[in-house]
Design a protein around this ligand. Sequence first.
Ligand code: KG4
Ligand code: ZN
Length: 361
Amino acid sequence: MRILGIESSCDETAVAIVENGQTILSNVVVSQIDIFAAYGGVIPEIAARSHLEAILPAVHQAFQKAGLVTDSGQDDWSKIDAIAVTHTPGLLGSLLVGTLTARTLCLLNHKPLYAVHHLKSHIYANWLQASLLPVFPLIALIISGGHTQIVKMSAHQNFEIIGTTRDDAVGECFDKIAKILGLPYPGGPSIAKAAKTGNSSTYSFPHPMPGTLDFSFSGLKTAVLREVQKATGKPISFPSSQLAALLTDQQRADFAASFEQTAVDILIEKIKLALKQNPETQSLIIAGGVSANQRLRHDLQIFIEQQNSKLHNKINLFFPEPRFSGDNGAMVASAAYYEILSNITPSDPYTLNIMPRSEIK
Ligand code: KG4
Ligand code: ZN
């Protein structure tokens, strides 16, 4: 079964064609990073306009790259079984562009429409191109720019949120701390890059909410700001680029490394607790943009190896391929494939609505 997946919930216009939930035939991602680097963050109205310009060419490119074209070079819709789209959660205008495009394409080409939750898609990025598939019951750590959650799945379509952030998401924390340090948008990759030349034990930051599966990242952001003010000897308040300009390159790298290590340690502590509370867990899945972080990948791998040497119930650790960590259409198609296998009813292309906020359920 071939599904065309459309994702436009934030600042990536993405369209992919995926076979049987796993095999990528094409994966087109049009990123707006260059536009928003100039602003230091996403401007929702500009994101929506950019989606509008990019989305139909991206659909066409997905067909071309998959080689699904008619003799006259048109997109060959006869080769597509269904269309899947992110309809929640995300930026209102951005979601509208993807959803209205999917609704229209379904009506024009007589295809069933599947409306997918963005965080479920991030989880299913772990099924893409996988030689080994995750096994239930599993625990998924979803770490993106807008969300930080621990979700337990006992089967496909069975999601239980067991931990969530009380304030900022971890990706948001990376982005805000990058701004404090004067590092470019998006903050996650630029902090990871700066951290490579830094010493992670230079500064120590708090680990909030110990002993629970809930997270809090806004205190961590304030703690970094206070230390930066202390290190520069200037109590300049934020947002102000004056503060970052006072840091030496070494201080900036040390702050990046110390913060990155703290964030990674916090995530691993929560995973450790989640596994302790759920000893039947077979697979651990890491999902969302922050799952691209190499320090996290490295430290989690070591943690799971240590865990497995003590347990008879071995846990398999899954990370998406880095190209599927961030937003993409392939994960939407994969999530929809497993919804179809579970006999979930398709959405009505005349009425499907978007929801800027909603929980996974
Ligand atoms: O999943 P995603 O692409 O979009 C949302 O659904 O939010 O996640 C974007 C987030 C941003 O906050 C970005 O800074 C973060 O993922 N990110 C990273 C890395 N690459 C992207 N955070 C830490 N390390 C990275 N290498
Ligand atoms: Zn995302």
